[in-house]
Design a protein around this ligand. Structure first.
Ligand SMILES: C[S@@+](CC[C@H](N)C(=O)[O-])C[C@H]1O[C@@H](n2cnc3c(N)ncnc32)[C@H](O)[C@@H]1O
Length: 222
C-alpha cells in the first residue's frame, strides 16, 4: 500500500525521514510506549498516527481488527521490510488527522505521540474526539509531549504545536478506570529533553438499569 506525503508539514516530514531511516536499518521493533499499550488491544482498534505501523501490525495477529489512518510515509509500504499485510486485519488509509473525526465506537483508540503536533485548539479537540470514539468498556491509550520539553526539532512552528499540561490526559479521562499513568523525561540531542505524559484508561461500561422493584411498579388498570 502506498500513501502520499503532502511534504508541507514539518513534523510529518521530520517523521517521514526518521521512519525511512528506520526501515533502511531494520529498526522495526515497538517503542516503549507501543509495547506498554499492546496488551490492552483487542477487538476493534483505531490507531491514530501509526507511524511505521508497528503497533497495528503487532496487534492484528492477537485478533485485533485495526484501522490506522496515517498522514503519510512508509508506514505500510516497504516491501519485504516487515510481515506482509496480507492476512492481517489492518486497514491503513491516508487522513489529515488534525481534523479527523473517528467513526467509532471502537474497543480501543490509540494515539501515541500525535496530538502535540497540532495547534492548541486542534490538539485538544482531537484528544476529545478520540476519547469520544471509545466504546463502553473500551480502552483509550495516549501519549503526548508536555510542558518542560525543550527538544523542538520535530515541531512545525509555523503551523503550530502544543505542549500539553502534565495532567491534561489524566483529567480528560477523570471518571475512567486508570490502567497506566506516567510522566517521563528523556534526554534528547544537545542537552535538551522530551517530557511525556502517557495514559491508558478504560471507559466504564454503562450502568445497568436497576432491576424492577415490584413494590414501585406503576399501577395499571386491569
Ligand atoms: C512521534 S511519531 C509517532 C508514531 C507512532 N505512533 C509511534 O509511536 O512510533 C508522530 C506521528 O504523528 C504524525 N504527525 C505529525 N504531525 C502530524 C499532523 N499535522 N497531521 C497528522 N499526523 C501528524 C507523524 O507523521 C508521525 O506518524
Amino acid at each position: 500500500m502506498r500513501m502520499e506525503s503532502k511534504g508541507k508539514n514539518r513534523s510529518i516530514a521530520f517523521f517521514d525521514a526518521q521512519f525511512r531511516r528506520q526501515v533502511a536499518t531494520g529498526e522495526l521493533s515497538l517503542n516503549p510506549f507501543e509495547a506498554r499499550v499492546l496488551p490492552y488491544l483487542g477487538g476493534s482498534v483505531l490507531e491514530l498516527g501509526c507511524g511505521l505501523g508497528n503497533l497495528s501490525i503487532a496487534a492484528a495477529p492477537r485478533g485485533a481488527l485495526v484501522r490506522a489512518p496515517a498522514p503519510c510515509g512508509p508506514a505500510f509500504e516497504p516491501p519485504g521490510a516487515r510481515p506482509p499485510l496480507a492476512g492481517l486485519n489492518v486497514t491503513a488509509s491516508a487522513a489529515d488527522l488534525s481534523r479527523y473525526t473517528p467513526p467509532g465506537p471502537f474497543d480501543a483508540v490509540v494515539a501515541i505521540g500525535l496530538f502535540m503536533f497540532f495547534p492548541r485548539e486542534l490538539a485538544l479537540e482531537s484528544l476529545r474526539r478520540a476519547i469520544d470514539a471509545v466504546g463502553e468498556g473500551g480502552v483509550f491509550a495516549a501519549n503526548v509531549l508536555i510542558e518542560g520539553t525543550t527538544y523542538m526539532d520535530m515541531f512545525d512552528t509555523e503551523n503550530g504545536y502544543y505542549l500539553f499540561g502534565e495532567d491534561t490526559l489524566r483529567r480528560s479521562v477523570a471518571t475512567w478506570q486508570l490502567l497506566d499513568d506516567r510522566v517521563e523525561t528523556f534526554d534528547a540531542p544537545g542537552t535538551t529533553v522530551k517530557r511525556f505524559s502517557t495514559v491508558i484508561a478504560r471507559r466504564p461500561a454503562a450502568a445497568r438499569a436497576d432491576p424492577i422493584d415490584p413494590t414501585r411498579a406503576p399501577m395499571t388498570d386491569m
